[in-house]
Write a protein that binds this ligand. Structure first.
Ligand code: ZN
Length: 242
């Protein structure tokens, strides 16, 4: 039985019985781990007296019979350092945080460490808690997520013909092909999205063309949805709350 200590953020929470929860947590050095937290909902005489909420950040201890094979490890201690409850004051920022948690949970494998992504998720939650704009904060998160899972799209050349992106003319983005398509190559593809140059600049570098932040976010969301095989269920609510 291995006893493991790590920093973690709570991505998913499911009430399992009267007194237990099943959690999907993203740990800094062990990646995503599924845990059962027994006695979590009892308010006294447990180590987790206050319970654990979605989007909480903290330090945990858990036991796993076989590291990297365990379907459900057992949480033994949780010390919260930042509460997800602080996000409940603003619906748009809460939904943005849930959007990030959903995408991170979907696109990472259990026991596959991504410390840079862990830091990116924590920074996203801290920025949202501090009042940063939900869409611009999520754009930074999307870049981090795509880079970390090795699916950041090619944005400086056509993925069809490998030629540099022409200075003029229409541009298209293909999730399946993993990047931009020039006008000569796009006609052969059915899966594509027309994008303008300001959106492309905003996708490529942080801080560029602030007015295109939302359209750049939507192109990355389109790509991430394709990678997940489903839309992010938080998107529609987030867009109506923003
Ligand atoms: Zn091309």
């Amino acid at each position: 039985m291995a006893i493991i200590k790590d920093d973690a953020v709570i991505l998913r929470r499911l009430d399992y019985s009267e007194s237990s929860q099943v959690l999907a947590v993203f740990t800094r050095t062990h990646g995503k781990v599924r845990l059962i937290a027994k006695g979590i909902k009892r308010s006294t005489k447990t180590k987790f007296a206050t319970g654990i909420d979605l989007l909480d950040i903290g330090h945990l201890t858990f036991s796993a019979r076989n590291v990297r094979q365990e379907a459900l490890a057992t949480l033994t201690e949780w010390v919260q350092s930042q509460t997800g409850a602080a996000l409940r004051d603003a619906l748009d920022r809460l939904l943005a945080a849930q959007y990030a948690a959903f995408a991170a949970a979907e696109l990472t494998e259990d026991w596959d460490p991504h410390p840079v992504l862990y830091d990116g998720i924590c920074e996203t939650l801290r920025a949202l808690t501090a009042g940063s704009g939900p869409v611009s904060t999520l754009l930074v998160f999307q870049r981090c997520l795509l880079q970390e899972i090795g699916s950041f799209p090619i944005l400086d050349a056509c993925v069809g013909c490998q030629r540099p992106i022409p200075a003029q003319g229409d541009l298209y983005f293909s999730s399946l092909d993993g990047g931009l398509l020039c006008r000569d190559c796009e006609s052969a593809r059915s899966e594509k999205l027309a994008i303008d140059r300001a959106t492309l600049a905003c996708m490529s570098e942080e801080g560029a063309a602030a007015e295109s932040t939302t359209s750049a976010f939507h192109v990355f969301d389109y790509h991430i949805s394709h990678l997940m095989g489903k839309p992010n269920p938080l998107l529609r609510m987030l867009m109506s709350a923003c």
